[in-house]
Design a binder for this molecule. Structure first.
Ligand code: DGY
Length: 323
C-alpha cells in the first residue's frame, strides 16, 4: 500500500502525477484550523506533508501521529517548529538551491526600482502627469559604484554580491557569522560588523532567515546608524525589520527609501507604508517566476519521495535525526 500524504498547495499536473505515482495523496486547501478539522481523518493517517504557507507546530503534529516527513516548497522554514519535529523524529525537507538566482534578481530589482523611483514614476506617467520635461524633483540616485551591504552571506547573498560587483561595479560589504573566502576573492566583499555595515552602505540588503536572533535585528537604533541617503532592501523575512520603526524612519527622513518584498504580516492589504512614495512594496515575489516556482515544486516532490523512501542525501533541515 502506498504511504498517505497530505498536499496543501496545488502542483503542476506532471508533478502531481509523480506524487500520485508514489503516494496516496489527499489535497487540502490549506492548513487553517477549519481545513484541519475537515480533513482530520486524512491527517491522522498521513506519513508525509507537502506544501507551503501555514504553521506546522506541535498542535498540528499531535493530529498527525504517523507523520514521518514534511516537505516545504520554500527555502525558508520559519513556519515549522523544528524542535517539535525533532522530538517526533519527523524529517523536514526544503528547497535551498533552485531559487537562489531568482531571489537575487528580485533584490537587484528592488535596489534599482527604489533608487531610480521606477514604480513611483511609472504611476506618475500613467496618471497623465508628464506634461513637461522632468526636473530634479523626479531625479533618483545612482546605483553603480556605490556600496552595497549584505546581511546574511548565504547562497542568495553570494548571488547578489556577484550582481553588484560584476554588473554594477559596486563595493560589497557583508555581515555574517563566518568569513566567506569565496565572496572575498570573487567579489572583493569585505566582512564587517553590523554597525560598520549600516554606517557605510548606500544599500543595506537583508537576506536573512527569521530566527530568534534575527527577529527585529533592524530597529530604530540600527536605522539611525544608516546614512540619510541610504536605502533598505528586505527580501528575507519581514519580522527581521521592526516595521513600525521603519515607517517612522522613512517618514522622518532618517533613511532615504525602502524596497520591500516581505512584511511583518503577509498578505498585507493595508499599511502606512502604502502611502509613502519612497517605498517599493512587492507581494513576496522573491522566487515567483514560472521557471523557479516549477523547480521548487519539483524539488519538494523529489525531497518527499527521498524522505519517505529512506534516501535522503540533500535538502534536509534536520538530518541529525537520522543518526
Ligand atoms: C522562500 O522560499 O522561503 C522564499 O521566501 C519564497 O520566495
Amino acid at each position: 500500500m502506498k504511504p498517505s500524504v497530505i498536499l496543501y498547495k496545488s502542483l503542476p499536473d506532471d508533478l502531481r502525477a509523480r506524487l500520485d505515482a508514489h503516494f496516496s495523496v489527499t489535497e487540502i486547501k490549506d492548513l487553517s484550523p477549519e481545513s484541519q478539522q475537515q480533513h482530520a481523518a486524512a491527517l491522522a493517517q498521513a506519513e508525509g506533508l507537502i506544501g507551503s504557507g501555514g504553521k506546522v507546530d506541535g498542535e498540528l503534529l499531535a493530529k498527525m501521529p504517523k507523520l514521518r516527513a514534511c516537505s516545504t516548497v520554500s527555502v525558508g522554514y520559519d513556519n515549522f517548529d523544528v524542535e517539535a519535529l525533532n522530538q517526533r523524529h519527523v524529517l523536514l525537507m526544503h528547497t535551498p538551491t533552485v531559487l537562489t538566482e531568482t531571489v537575487a534578481d528580485t533584490m537587484m530589482a528592488l535596489v534599482l526600482s527604489s533608487a531610480r523611483r521606477v514604480t513611483e514614476l511609472d504611476a506618475w506617467v500613467k496618471a497623465g502627469q508628464w506634461n513637461k520635461s522632468i526636473g530634479p524633483d523626479k531625479f533618483g540616485i545612482d546605483v553603480h559604484h556605490k556600496t552595497l551591504g549584505i546581511l546574511g552571506m548565504g547562497r542568495i547573498g553570494m548571488a547578489l554580491a556577484q550582481r553588484a560587483h560584476f554588473g554594477f561595479g559596486m563595493k560589497v560589504l557583508y555581515n555574517a557569522r563566518r568569513e566567506h573566502e569565496e565572496a572575498q576573492s570573487r567579489f572583493g566583499a569585505q566582512r564587517c560588523d553590523l554597525e560598520t555595515l549600516l554606517k557605510e552602505s548606500d544599500f543595506v540588503c537583508i537576506s536573512l532567515p527569521l530566527t530568534e536572533q534575527t527577529h527585529h535585528l533592524i530597529g530604530a537604533e540600527q536605522l539611525k546608524l544608516m546614512k540619510p541617503s541610504a536605502i533598505l532592501i528586505n527580501a528575507g523575512r519581514g519580522p527581521v525589520v521592526d516595521e513600525e520603526a521603519l515607517i517612522a524612519a522613512l517618514k522622518e527622513g532618517t533613511i532615504h527609501a525602502a524596497g520591500l518584498d516581505v512584511f511583518e504580516q503577509e498578505p498585507l492589504t493595508e499599511s502606512p507604508l502604502f502611502s509613502l512614495p519612497n517605498v517599493v512594496a512587492l507581494p513576496h515575489i522573491g522566487s515567483a517566476t514560472h521557471e523557479t516556482r516549477y523547480g521548487m515544486a519539483q524539488d519538494a516532490v523529489d525531497n518527499l519521495i527521498a524522505a519517505l523512501t529512506g534516501k535522503v542525501e540533500k535538502n534536509c533541515v534536520n538530518p541529525d535525526i537520522l543518526k
